[in-house]
Write a protein that binds this ligand. Sequence first.
Ligand SMILES: *Cc1c(COP(=O)(O)O)cnc(C)c1O
Length: 407
Amino acid sequence: MVGSFAERLVSAVAGTHAVINLDAYASNVQVMRNRLRKRGDELMMAVVKANAYGHGAVMCARTAIDAGADWLGVARIEEALQLRNHGITAPILVLGPFNPTLIRKAAEHDITVTIGAPDALDRILPALEDLPDNSLNVHLKIDTGMRRFGVMPDEAAEVARELTETPAIRYSGIFTHFATADAGDESFLVEQQKRFVETIYELIPEGLVPQLVHFSNSAASLRGTLPAELQHFTVMYRPGLALYGMSPSGDVPIPKEFHRVITVKTRLGRVFKLQRDEGVSYGLSHVASAPTMCGTLPIGYGDGLNRLLSNRGWMSMQGRRCPIIGRVCMDQTVIDINTISNPQSGDEVIVLGDGRANTMTPEDAAAKIDTINYEVTTAILPRVPRIFMSYEEVVAVEDLEGLIERG
Ligand SMILES: *Cc1c(COP(=O)(O)O)cnc(C)c1O
């Protein structure tokens, strides 16, 4: 029995949940788009892969398009189908390797896929045979140095020719991806741009370059690099991370006009006192050196709170920093609430925030566990309901029962 909007909102708010500020996201999309519009006709793809970096793919995708993004980027055909199933009609590109059994579905739902290996086309040709002409949109990815996915520059002409010779395919874009756009040293970024431009110029005489040319993740978009040689193409940028208000790196910090989108909250459960010399949680890895007030929270690595934050991370309550003590469990975690006045079961605790009020940011968490902010938010699992806010009202809730919008 699927609950009503109000029931699901009440139950989401009562436990661990993530609040997604769609106004902040829309504003970030607009800010980025305005920064990139140097010539006026540049396009922008909002990358919403991996459930919009944990922020909720459908609502973020819809918001991005309403805020002026031209395209949506995902990693898998399955992700694109999820967006189409929710009525999103904007152009969608599958950036990564795709599941070939879904290729007909991609064509039927007007989902553009990427050819990123010389033999990728052979694998889908049988499925394309009886499709109408131009029914599958394809972009060609050039590997200019990332060495992950893409056709090498010296293979590009042959693959591009095969694409143009396949009736079912409409070859409509060409792109590359940068390996070091977030690094202090720009030299390899410049080298990749050079290789990309050279490849394009080799393809031009054969008529193998489509009008749409794209590159630039968040870091490169923030650096605002557009090789002059590409001026007469329709150029598109592909930011993801920055649109969620997160910094690509210490060398490429997010500018102040961008705002964070996600806040993860939970509620205090059991409130108890740990006696001196008592250990807490699995392995008793934290032992109290003095009597300590503690709170047990309904969040753990089964929600995406990394277990390496055991005895390292913190949460915020009443604006105060409350260290995680003992091991993060699958479903529960204990924090030290000694500095909290009159803690009550049900009180709000901020797990991940924007850094104000002593909250731990995704960057703080990443630094503690030797990873990147991308992984911290992407790890937030579907068990954590997302509450989508716009103009200070809840406009949708997404939980294990699915997405429900306010009627
Ligand atoms: C993920 C991805 C992006 C977006 O990268 P961010 O660093 O999040 O801006 C752009 N292009 C491709 C091919 C990607 O895989």
